[in-house]
Design a protein around this ligand. Structure first.
Ligand SMILES: Nc1ncnc2c1ncn2[C@@H]1O[C@H](COP(=O)(O)OP(=O)(O)O)[C@@H](O)[C@H]1O
Ligand SMILES: [Mg+2]
Length: 214
């Protein structure tokens, strides 16, 4: 099911997703669209954030944790997010913007950790079956992304997997999105101001086109 008013932002760590999400909220507000909900995945509501905290806990020896266990926790968080937060918001007329969604799982857990793609697709089919109307993909040089991350924060265990890991993930995103139609790619290497303008132009075009088809 492709869900109207559901917008996702994807890209590698440090590509500027959270920044872009805040830009999206600002632009929609400036258009008079006040019913906007911003969430992140995993996370996005009380219980899902608790699962997120467990996934990214600082006190865990990740060499002792099964990758499939983490995969299932991500899905536990996502199901809760969809059923209890995203769907009710969309049914009340909100635009929902999600910082990451299921393509992140295909990229990180599938391509990055070599968990069989068919397992992830099965989880999607059985538990999610809910897809964004539009996805923004921030395509950035992993070198720039990692420099930004190192400058501003302590890395979590997924972000700490190194530059070659980020190259692999970005390559996956690029290929995956090249076959889909409801994707807008943005150049994440640009400065914030340029990205904001590029986003604004592309979002306007999309909203206009959407109005014609609605
Ligand atoms: N276009 C940009 N140019 C320079 N710095 C940026 C840009 N976009 C984001 N940043 C900075 O880089 C860091 C990572 O950005 P963030 O939006 O948190 O990325 P992500 O959510 O993809 O990990 C933040 O400190 C942010 O302020
Ligand atoms: Mg972020």
């Amino acid at each position: 099911m492709y869900v109207n008013k559901f917008i996702v932002v994807e890209g590698i760590d440090g590509s500027g997703k959270s920044t872009l999400c805040s830009f999206l909220v600002k632009i929609l507000y400036s258009l008079g669209i006040k019913k906007v909900l911003l969430v992140r995945d995993p996370g996005g509501n009380n219980f899902s954030e608790k699962i997120r905290d467990l996934i990214f806990s600082k006190n865990v020896d990740y060499s002792m944790i099964s990758k499939k266990s983490i995969l299932l926790m991500i899905y536990a968080s996502r199901v809760q997010l969809i059923e209890k937060t995203i769907l009710p918001a969309i049914n009340s007329g909100y635009y929902v913007i999600s910082d990451r969604f299921y393509v992140s799982t295909l990229a990180y857990q599938g391509c990055g950790w070599n968990i069989e793609k068919k397992i992830i697709l099965l989880l999607n089919k059985k538990f999610i079956n809910f897809y964004p109307h539009l996805t923004f993909y921030l395509n950035i040089s992993p070198l720039i992304a990692i420099q930004r991350l190192l400058k501003f924060k302590n890395l979590d265990f997924i972000e700490s997997q190194g530059i070659s890991f980020l190259y692999k993930i970005n390559f996956f995103y690029k290929n995956y999105f090249s076959n889909l139609s409801n994707i807008i790619e943005l150049n994440g290497n640009l400065c914030k101001k340029k990205i904001f303008l590029e986003l604004k132009n592309k979002l306007f075009l999309w909203l206009n086109k959407k109005c014609i088809h609605d």
